[in-house]
Design a protein around this ligand. Structure first.
Ligand code: GDP
Length: 452
């Protein structure tokens, strides 16, 4: 961590201003080599934004503002310098090059935040939330990331860890002063505590799906025979005209993807080619793609034409679907030919069936609601605080250790119980990074964008 790193912190492309960030022991030196205040009387005062120019040697690169922030109250906890120059694709790059020539090295993705973590300013869960916030696709997802950045997840985990450690402490006290009358009392109290932690973790796991969906999004795949109204329904869900609607069967040949904010859940909706056996080579590829899409779906939305009888292909489709299913009996504005009971009879257990009309909008809001509920499968987004697979794994590990501890407590093998409780404590510690391995830490920061 001795070297000084630099990177462009703002996104590439046209923009008014770009920020070049420099962090490390040499930040001040690097800045003073490339930046000259406009008025020579104007010296760089810490934490004061100063107007001046950036130079690469004697070549003037840009007019800019610059600031020097001394350690430790900075993003990285190190000395930090920032240069605000003009945006676009050329200037920011040349300012960065000048900073590199002046002694900095190019930062790796996530390296600034990694330094904040290694410097002890934030824990691992907070560091993860930085990237989650940057990549949030709905306001609700952004709010959840901000809450994690403020330490919400870390505090929840810490509170459970403290309970485990307290329990270990009084088990160990009993072990130090063995007394057969006290052991059952200690075990009973420890069981109560461990069960409390276990229940809290189990609840967190149940809601984790919602947390992960907020961050990673939900994949909903639209399937159905040609001309049932998939594209029209997609448009109704998007409240915009995006997909091409025609009445020539088989026009949606490729897979069309659209982003949708479903009550705060970021959704990637794919409209697939009509799933019917076909001789047409192009359409054939589309059908294969649709099948592949279906395999990775969180929810499959099957669109049936309510003004037609169910076809054999549609019955086959119903059997083929593995993901949770929502069925829209579309064209509800026309005289019904498929009656609901008939459609319901061939649906897999748990599938939702709704009447919709893409034309009049009838049932579309209810369809939105059904898709939302089906995706979450009972998980509550407002209760969700585990937001990544990494957290889920850590909690699963802790739960396994807790079950083992409970078993040991019930048979009064207190020494084993203490070991298992410690193992559960350690598993949870991986979330905040207290017990995370270097490998895990590297993997987390590697998914960061440059400049953060
Ligand atoms: P896709 O092939 O399944 O994507 O179907 P489209 O969305 O292209 O629709 C096929 C035809 O059905 C078009 O002529 C649409 O206008 C019509 N259509 C779609 N939804 C409805 C609906 O709810 N009611 C009625 N009456 N017609 C619809």
């Amino acid at each position: 961590m001795e070297d000084t790193i630099a990177s462009i912190a703002t996104a590439t492309g046209l923009g008014g201003i770009a920020v070049i960030r420099i962090s490390g022991k040499g930040a001040r030196d690097v800045l003073s080599r490339v930046f000259r205040p406009r008025r020579t009387s104007c010296r760089l005062v810490p934490r004061r934004l100063t107007y001046g120019e950036v130079y690469d040697g004697e070549e003037r690169l840009d007019e800019c503002m610059a600031v020097f922030l001394p350690a430790p109250h900075t993003y990285t906890t190190e000395d930090v310098a920032e240069i605000q120059c003009h945006g676009g694709s050329v200037t920011a790059q040349s300012v960065l090059r000048a900073a590199l020539r002046a002694g900095a090295r190019l930062a790796e993705p996530g390296e600034f935040t990694k330094r904040a973590f290694l410097g002890g300013r934030i824990d691992l869960a907070q560091a993860e939330s930085v990237m989650d916030l940057i990549s949030a696709r709905t306001e609700r997802a952004a709010k959840a990331s901000l809450r994690q950045m403020d330490g919400y997840l870390s505090r929840r985990v810490q509170a459970l860890q403290d309970k485990l450690l307290d329990t270990v402490a009084y088990i160990e006290a009993t072990l130090d002063y063995p007394d057969e009358d006290i052991e059952p009392l200690t075990a009973r109290r420890a069981i109560e505590e461990a069960e409390g932690v276990r229940d809290a973790l189990a609840e967190a796991l149940r809601n984790a799906r919602a947390g992960q969906m907020l961050q990673n999004g939900v994949r909903i795949v639209l399937i159905g025979s040609p001309n049932t109204g998939k594209s029209s329904l997609l448009n109704a869900l998007l409240r915009e005209q995006r997909a091409i609607v025609t009445d020539i069967a088989g026009t949606t040949r490729d897979v069309l993807r659209e982003d949708l904010d479903l009550f705060g859940l970021p959704v990637r909706l794919s409209d697939t080619a009509g799933l019917r056996e076909t001789e047409d080579a192009v359409e054939r590829i589309g059908v294969d793609r649709a099948r592949a899409e279906m395999r990775g779906a969180d929810v499959v939305l099957l669109v049936l034409d309510g003004a037609r009888q169910l076809t054999e292909e549609e019955r086959a489709l119903l059997r083929e679907t593995e993901a949770p299913l929502v069925v829209a009996l579309n064209k509800a504005d026309l005289p019904p030919q498929t009656d609901e009971a008939q459609a319901r009879a061939v649906l897999p257990a748990g599938a939702r069936l709704l009447r919709t009309s893409a034309r009049t909008g009838e049932g579309v809001e209810a369809l939105r609601r059904a898709l939302y509920e089906t995706a979450l499968r009972g998980a509550a987004p407002e209760e969700a605080y585990l937001t990544s697979e990494r957290h889920v794994q850590a909690v699963r590990e802790a739960l396994a250790a807790l079950e083992s501890a409970l078993q040991a407590l019930r048979t009064l093998t207190l020494d084993c119980a203490a070991l298992d409780l410690r193992a559960a404590w350690e598993a949870l510690g991986a979330i905040t990074g207290a017990t995370a391995t270097e490998d895990v830490i590297d993997r987390i920061f590697a998914r960061f964008c440059l400049g953060k």
